[in-house]
Design a protein around this ligand. Structure first.
Ligand code: AP5
Length: 214
């Protein structure tokens, strides 16, 4: 079964993704992670994505949809996948719907994590990310046991370029304008579980797992 992990920047999508994937035995597809990988490898796509990401804007729909469609055809996605950060516009949702229909696939559920915008600014500006493995931390809520070091791979943890307060505000504006309307598009088409993401990380995790395990 396919699952969409939906919510504003900083809602906790990345934090909760691994537990969902483990519970459902499906791979994690994060469009943001795919762009950051290209950025790190210095590809043309990475350069293109950077020009949007660092302004808090969305990468053009067709670019994102081509990447997701290509990833979904890989064998590990045959039984479903967790789409994290996609779709992010109504045209992306429509393109995904067309692809799923053409390929006899479906999305069984949407996990919609919601958090007030003032909390999100504090979360994102305090977030630290491991550039090697992508693990995320927060300087106050979820610090690595050794300051500045990733607990999982021991690499350095840093602030993402798009986690400055100014860019975070631009990302939240983009979410409100382009991404929030996707929820109204999804609601009549699939089951949407809305979770209060302002609770403790473990509480949010338990509520998500209860929702998807029925
Ligand atoms: P992407 O990487 O997808 O970023 P995002 O959606 O902005 O999401 P984040 O990764 O910032 O937040 P998150 O919800 O994963 O929160 P996290 O778990 O880390 O996209 C980046 C950019 O790529 C976009 O801006 C866009 O330009 C481009 N892009 C990506 N997809 C695209 C698409 N489909 N179309 C077009 N462009 C696209 O948590 C945040 C912090 O809070 C962490 O420090 C964490 O420790 C902490 N935290 C988490 N949960 C809790 C909790 N319950 N309590 C306290 N702290 C918590």
């Amino acid at each position: 079964m396919g699952v969409i992990l939906f919510g504003p920047p900083g809602a906790g999508k990345g934090t909760q993704a691994a537990a969902i994937c483990e519970a459902m035995s499906i791979p994690h597809i994060s469009t943001g992670d795919i762009f950051r990988k290209h950025l790190k490898e210095g590809t043309e796509l990475g350069q293109l994505a950077k020009s949007y990401i660092n302004k808090g804007q969305l990468v053009p729909d067709q670019v994102v949809c081509d990447i997701v469609a290509s990833r979904l055809t890989e064998p590990d996605c045959a039984a479903g996948s967790l789409l994290d950060g996609f779709p992010r516009t109504v045209p992306q949702a429509e393109m995904l719907n067309t692809w799923l229909t053409q390929n006899q696939r479906s999305v069984g559920a949407v996990i919609n994590i919601q958090v007030d915008f003032d909390i999100l600014v504090a979360r994102l500006s305090g977030r630290r990310t491991c550039l090697a493995c992508g693990a995320t931390y927060h300087i106050d809520n979820n610090p690595p046991p050794i300051a500045g070091r990733c607990d999982k791979c021991e690499s350095e943890v840093v602030q993402r370029d798009d986690d400055s307060v100014e860019t975070v505000r631009a990302r939240l504006d983009t979410y409100a304008k382009d991404t929030a309307p996707v929820l109204a598009w999804l609601e009549p088409r699939t089951v949407v579980h809305t979770i209060d993401g302002s609770q403790a990380i473990q509480t949010v995790r338990s509520k998500i797992l209860s929702a998807i395990q029925g």
